[in-house]
Structure formats: C-alpha cells, structure tokens
Ligand binder design. Structure first.
Ligand code: HEC
Length: 275
C-alpha cells in the first residue's frame, strides 16, 4: 500500500516553491514575463466590455486578419456577451466576404459565394493555407481562435499554487501575452525583435503602429489601446461564454448562501423546540 508522508510532501512543496521563486528571479533578467494588465473580464466577477470587443474586432479585421485566421462563425459576433453586433451588421459583414461553398454545384465545380452568418470567417486571402504563410514568413501565423488560451507560462511562487486550483486560476494570461507581444517591439532598428517572444526573434514583423486604425469613439489611437482591445477581443473569441458562466456561477453562489442561512435558521428552530 502506498502511504503519503505528509511532512515529506510539505517539504517537497516548499522546495518546489523556492525553486519556482528563484526561476522567476533568473528569468526576469533576460526574458521578462508579460506584465499583468488590468482587464474588465478579469477576476471572479469581471465581464467583457462590448465597446472594447467591437474595437478589438475592428483591429483584428483591419490588421491581424491580413495574416491570421480566426476560425469562428460570423454569427458568434452577434451573440450576447460578445461584441454583439446587430443581426443586420453580422449579415452585411458575412456577405462582404467570399466563402468557398462546401458542396460543388451541378457541374461538379467548387465555387465561391458571399458569406452568411453561419459560415466560418474565411482565412486571409493572401495565405490560403499554413504552408503558404510559412513560406512567406518562415513560420505560419497561428489561428487566433484559441490564441488567448494557448499561451501559458509559469508565474512562479506564489502564483502557481493558485493556478493549480480550478476556480482560482488566473484566466487573463492569454490577454496579457497578446498585449505584451504587440507592444514588445522595443528595438526600432529590428522589426522582428520582441521583448516578450521566447528568444526575442519573432517571425511576425511589427504588425501595428500608432494611428493605424481609425477609432470613432474617442479611444486613443495608440499601439497600447489597439493591443489591449484586440487582446480582449481574442480572449472573448477563445471563451465566448464567460459572461454567461459567471452569471450562472454568481446565481449558484447566492442560492447556496441563502440555502445555508435557511438551514441554519431551521436548525436553530429545531433545537429550540427540542428543549
Ligand atoms: C504580416 C503578417 C502578420 C500580421 C499582420 C499579424 N501577424 Fe501575428 N504573427 C504573424 C506570424 C508569421 C506569426 C508567427 C511568429 C512566430 O511564432 O515567430 C505571428 C504570431 C503572433 C503572435 C504570437 C503567437 C505565438 O505563437 O506565441 C501573436 C500574439 C500575434 N501574432 C498577434 C497578432 C495581432 C494581435 C495582430 C494584429 C494586430 C497580428 N498578430 C498581425 C504574422 C502576422
């Protein structure tokens, strides 16, 4: 039978924590971790900010979509909790793209037609497949549908303790990472040097500069706000049901709280009458 020696386990955990802490200290010297930013959807009660998601989509569409696919259906963009474009806006947006029909026509030809809300947003026209993109850049730009979830790093002591616990997990790493990469081109003489990309050499040339996207709501037209908005948008795209999940979670918590109160009151009553 296997026996757990709790003392040894605690000692091992402590040693691990120390190792985590010193690894963090070493790493910050050469390869800084993406700074922790503040996000409307962060924490236990955060929710996405619709206006920010709409701006983020604008940045994606005008800039990032030239190279990166985002494989989600157009209609998702109209869902509650997301950028929530109107039905007509989603229809018009979809129709502005040419998509390849899944079935050939009567003559057996594959043909293109205007998109509908049910279609997946098509890949960038210039790069019909990852090979074509890799040939152009040396590395294919990843699909953005899960980008905000795909990048995790050890946050070191004490955070990794929390990150191991479901529910307490820090969920905004992906957004921090995207924001860090887009703002990380800190060597103006080298467009492919990035402070936060592992090894600093990134195949993506600096994708966006101040003023590149026209915002109409007064948000500053800076790389910092572009990267923040697109990071929020891509976090939503990777987890579109967050708002809904949080609402249900909160409801469940209130329910349990009330239930606990009722049970307590009942218990008191029962004991009182027993005397
Ligand atoms: C000119 C083409 C191009 C454009 C435009 C572009 N990217 Fe990229 N992107 C790439 C390529 C190529 C890579 C792969 C880089 C690598 O792994 O070395 C990449 C990688 C990335 C990564 C890192 C992914 C990883 O694997 O860690 C992020 C984050 C990213 N892009 C965000 C963006 C955002 C946000 C935009 C829009 C503001 C954008 N990109 C626009 C080509 C592009």
């Amino acid at each position: 039978m296997i026996r757990f020696d709790t003392k040894a386990l605690a000692a091992a955990a402590f040693a691990l924590a120390l190792a985590g802490g010193s690894a963090l200290a070493q790493e910050t010297a050469e390869q800084p971790k993406p700074p922790r930013e503040s996000w409307s959807f962060g924490g236990t009660f955060g929710t996405y900010d619709k206006a920010q998601l709409q701006r983020g989509f604008q940045v994606y569409k005008e800039v990032c979509s030239n190279c990166h696919a985002l494989s989600i259906p157009f209609r998702t963009l109209g869902q509650p909790g997301g950028p929530q474009f109107s039905e007509d806006q989603v229809k018009a947006l979809a129709a502005s793209y040419q998509v390849t029909n899944e079935e050939p026509n009567d003559k057996g030809e594959i043909f293109k037609r205007p998109g509908t809300p049910a279609d997946i947003i098509p890949r960038p026209e210039a790069y019909p497949n990852d090979q074509a993109a890799a040939a152009a850049f040396g590395k294919a730009p990843p699909d953005m549908n899960l980008l905000a979830k795909a990048r995790k790093w050890e946050r070191g002591f004490p955070w990794f303790v929390f990150d191991a616990l479901p529910g307490l997990q820090y969920q905004e790493m992906g957004a921090d990472y995207i924001h860090a990469i887009v703002t990380g081109y800190t060597h103006p003489d080298d467009p492919q040097w990035n402070l936060y990309y592992p090894g600093h050499k990134i195949a993506m040339p600096q994708p966006i500069t101040d003023g590149a996207v026209e915002y109409t709501d007064g948000t500053p037209k800076t790389v910092d706000s572009y990267s923040r908005d697109v990071a929020a948008f891509l976090s939503w795209a990777a987890e579109p049901n967050l708002n809904e999940r949080r609402r249900i979670g909160l409801g469940a918590m209130i329910f349990l709280f009330v239930l606990a109160g009722l049970l307590y009151a009942t218990k008191k009553k029962v004991w009182e009458s027993a005397h």
